[in-house]
Ligand binder design. Structure first.
Ligand SMILES: Nc1ncnc2c1ncn2[C@@H]1O[C@H](COP(=O)(O)OP(=O)(O)O)[C@@H](O)[C@H]1O
Ligand SMILES: O=C(O)C1=C[C@@H](OP(=O)(O)O)[C@@H](O)[C@H](O)C1
Ligand SMILES: [Mg+2]
Length: 160
C-alpha cells in the first residue's frame, strides 16, 4: 500500500482520525513527535518563531516512517513539503468549512496560530487552495470522525 498523508486546516480532525486509524495501521503523527522531541508547540513558537517550527517540521516529515502520516495544518506552507508528499505517497485532504473548524479551535491554547477570527479566516482562505492543489483525494469534513475514519479505511483497502 502506498503511503498516505493526511492534510487539512487546524481542527479538521486529522489528529482524532489518526488516533482511530492506529488500531489497524501504523500512524505517525508529526505534531505528537514534535512535542516528544521539542516540548509544547506554543513554547517552541515563543522561543523560535514559526520559522523555527517549520524547519523542524520539514525534518519530521522527511523522516516519517509510518504507513499513514498525520500532518499539522501548516505542512503545505513549504513547497518542498508539498513536493515530498506528492512524490512519496497519496495525499488525503479533509475539507471542512471555516465556521466549523473555527468553533473547534477558537479556545484551544495549544495552537499558537489561533488569533482573531479574521486573522485565522484569512489564513484558512489562503491555505485552502494549497490543500486543494496538493490533494489526491478530498474528504468531506462535515462528516463525523467515525465516518471519516471508515471512509479512509475503505480507500486504503481499495488500495487507492
Ligand atoms: N469530523 C468531526 N466531527 C466532530 N468533531 C470533530 C471532527 N473532527 C475533529 N473534531 C474535534 O475537533 C477538535 C480538533 O480536532 P483535531 O483532531 O485536533 O484536529 P486537527 O488535528 O486537524 O487540528 C477535537 O476535539 C476533535 O474531537
Ligand atoms: O496550521 C498550522 O500551521 C499548525 C497546525 C497545528 O496542527 P493541527 O493542524 O493539528 O492543529 C500545529 O502543527 C501547529 O500549531 C501549526
Ligand atoms: Mg492535529
Amino acid at each position: 500500500m502506498d503511503k498516505v498523508y493526511l492534510i487539512g486546516f487546524m481542527g479538521t480532525g486529522k489528529t482524532a482520525i489518526g488516533r482511530n486509524l492506529k488500531a489497524r495501521y501504523s500512524v505517525d503523527e508529526l505534531d505528537e513527535r514534535f512535542v516528544q522531541e521539542h516540548g509544547p508547540i506554543t513554547n517552541f513558537f515563543k522561543q523560535h518563531g514559526e520559522t523555527g517550527f517549520r524547519k523542524q517540521e520539514v525534518e519530521l516529515l522527511r523522516h516519517s516512517q509510518a504507513q499513514i502520516v498525520v500532518t499539522g495544518g501548516g505542512i503545505i506552507e513549504r513547497p518542498e513539503n508539498r513536493l515530498f508528499m506528492k512524490e512519496t505517497g497519496t495525499i488525503f485532504w479533509i475539507d471542512t468549512p471555516f465556521h466549523i473548524v473555527w468553533n473547534r479551535i477558537k479556545t484551544d491554547p495549544s495552537r499558537p496560530l489561533v488569533k482573531s477570527r479574521s486573522t485565522v479566516e484569512k489564513l484558512f482562505r489562503r491555505r485552502r487552495s494549497l490543500y486543494a492543489r496538493a490533494a489526491d483525494v478530498r474528504l468531506d469534513g462535515t462528516k463525523s470522525v467515525r465516518e471519516l475514519t471508515k471512509e479512509i479505511e475503505t480507500l486504503l483497502e481499495e488500495n487507492v
